[in-house]
Design a protein around this ligand. Structure first.
Ligand code: SR1
Length: 318
């Protein structure tokens, strides 16, 4: 059975039908992303059906097949593993249903791809890490292979290690599930205790960064170990700007904007509009010092302070 799709309650009988099929839903990033996708669907009068696999990869494949069977006008897919999504994506495309793939390797040139510029994102935050440490540090790295954005960020981390022989990865940890931050915190505590010389944690996903921050705080290491993360939300801003927080930098897009861009791309693909085959949303480096200086306390305040986070000209739909 497919996971019963929810819908946005928008659209009319002759509205464009878009199915949104997600691998992951829990955590700030995915909640904000969905809110942005729903708001854009409402603005465009789209009838949006939302399938949530909640980390069940087999279920995500079934959900893509179900959306294909429904004969929707386009399918937008967020995250997923190549081995589980590529066959049902090919079947959807063979049935002439356009597919927009965000943060997932669709394995098919007919699919439109959407991504944050993950290489730039990693370069921005790792540039800060290298600057702060003068390229000399024992580093804990948080990573789980197989997630397209994390793999792209990993390629930059590997280059950064090669370019900076004074950087030393002493441990690699990581988990992605419904409890990512708490479990990463446990892993980070053990890694910090086993490697007392560590001065930086590279944690390029906000659930990773929250877990790393918690571990450092529980061990009282805020003065010596700093966190370099990715993503942003109101809750993340609170963590970063709390007094003495070790999370000093993140590189991020506005997740709601990324959800909106993905829906615009699916809408254009469904209606025969002009949609680029590959869409990239540029990230911004956000530092603890910058947030404090600008007095930013919420994601709304952030988008006012960093207007480049909004990209209305990317895949525009009037
Ligand atoms: C498990 S993948 C998590 C990442 O997906 C999105 O690209 C977000 O930026 C997040 O870091």
């Amino acid at each position: 059975a497919c996971s019963a799709p929810a819908d946005n309650g928008g659209g009319s009988d002759d509205a464009v039908d878009i199915a949104l099929v997600r691998q992951l839903s829990s955590g700030d990033y995915f909640e904000l992303w969905l809110a942005g996708a729903k708001a854009e669907a409402d603005r465009l009068g789209v009838n949006l059906s939302i399938y949530e696999a909640n980390g069940d990869d087999a279920q995500q494949a079934i959900d893509i097949e179900a959306a294909t069977g429904e004969g929707v006008d386009a399918i937008a897919i967020s995250h997923g593993f190549a081995e589980t999504v590529q066959a049902p994506i090919a079947a959807a495309l063979d049935a002439d249903i356009p597919v927009v793939a965000f943060d997932v390797d669709a394995g098919d040139d007919r699919a439109v791809t959407v991504a944050q510029s993950d290489a730039v994102l990693a370069e921005q935050v790792l540039g800060q890490l290298v600057e702060d440490t003068a390229g000399e540090a024992d580093v804990i790295y948080v990573y789980v292979a197989g997630f397209a954005p994390l793999d792209r960020r990993d390629a930059v981390w590997q280059e950064t290690l090669a370019d900076n022989p004074g950087l030393n990865q002493v441990a690699q940890i990581g988990v992605v599930n419904e409890n990512t931050a708490v479990e990463v915190a446990e892993q980070a505590k053990a890694a910090l205790q086993a490697n007392p010389g560590v001065t930086a944690i590279f944690a390029p996903y906000d659930e990773f960064a929250k877990g790393a921050t918690l571990a450092i705080q529980e061990l009282g290491l805020e003065d010596t170990v700093k966190v370099y993360g990715a993503d942003i939300s109101t809750a993340d801003i609170e963590v970063i700007t709390a007094e003495g927080s070790p999370w000093v930098a993140t590189a991020a897009t506005d997740p709601a904007n990324v959800g909106a861009v993905t829906i615009r791309a699916a809408y254009l693909a469904a209606t025969g509009g002009d949609v680029p085959s590959a869409i990239e949303i540029p990230p911004t480096l956000i530092t603890q010092a910058g947030l404090l200086e600008k007095g930013v306390t919420t994601i709304q305040g952030l988008t006012e302070a960093f207007p480049e986070l909004a990209t209305p000209d990317l895949v525009p739909v009037p």
